[in-house]
Design a protein around this ligand. Structure first.
Ligand code: ZN
Length: 211
């Protein structure tokens, strides 16, 4: 039997006993206007397989509290880089909490630490401490142009990559400034979309299943 299949069959229902800041919460319940596009619930991801069975996004409570601050700031932006946004901007989430079993599944398919965190040590996503985000125009729901698509592992996805049109750099910088300065998140130099919240990175690895 494949290792990952065994993990899925033997999944214990952990996570329910948590409480407080590290409790996993449904993001949409606390930020109703957030846009969700969980790419691992589709085949449109770097693995090319559907790994989730839900479009609900979970994150630790303390992380959602930080996202609320970022979303509130974005909602009030009416002008950015000389473009008017009559209904403001917002966040779109591509990934949040990720069950550890899915981390094993990813590792089974692509056991390369450059692209997938080794499940033995886990990812901040397995702790509900990391979120993958981009920006949308609230009036249209359209994504703002960014350097790459989600999970593009080229140099172009890095924060220091500058061979880009000025508007794309401005958009990447707006997201970064709000997530870091308003949200208190830490960035990942190689992935412009990935942000983690330091105090939550010590939380236990989880296998709570998203239903
Ligand atoms: Zn990420």
């Amino acid at each position: 039997m494949k290792k990952w299949l065994l993990y899925i069959i033997l999944l214990p229902l952990w996570g329910f006993s948590q409480s407080g800041a590290d409790e996993l919460v449904n993001v949409r319940e606390l930020i109703p206007d957030i846009v969700l596009d969980l790419r691992y619930n589709t085949t449109n991801n770097f693995i090319g397989e559907k790994l989730y069975s839900t479009d609900e996004c979970f994150l630790s409570h303390i992380v959602v509290e930080r996202l609320i601050l970022v979303q509130d700031s974005l909602r009030n932006i009416r002008l950015h880089d000389n473009i008017a946004y009559p209904q403001g901007l917002g966040l779109k989430i591509w990934d949040g909490y990720r069950p550890r079993a899915v981390q094993y599944l990813m590792w089974d398919i692509l056991p390369d630490p450059r692209f997938v965190a080794n499940p033995e040590f886990g990812s901040s996503h397995n702790r509900g401490a990391a979120v993958d985000v981009t920006l949308v125009d609230n009036a249209t729901g359209e994504e703002l142009p960014m350097p790459t698509d989600f999970d593009d592992f080229s140099d172009q996805a890095g924060h220091n990559y500058t061979n880009l049109p000025a508007n794309i750099i401005a958009n990447r910088l707006l997201l970064r400034n709000l997530m870091v300065d308003v949200g208190g998140f830490s960035l990942l130099n190689t992935e412009w979309w990935h942000y983690s919240y330091g105090p939550a990175r010590v939380y236990p690895l989880l296998d709570f299943q998203m239903k």
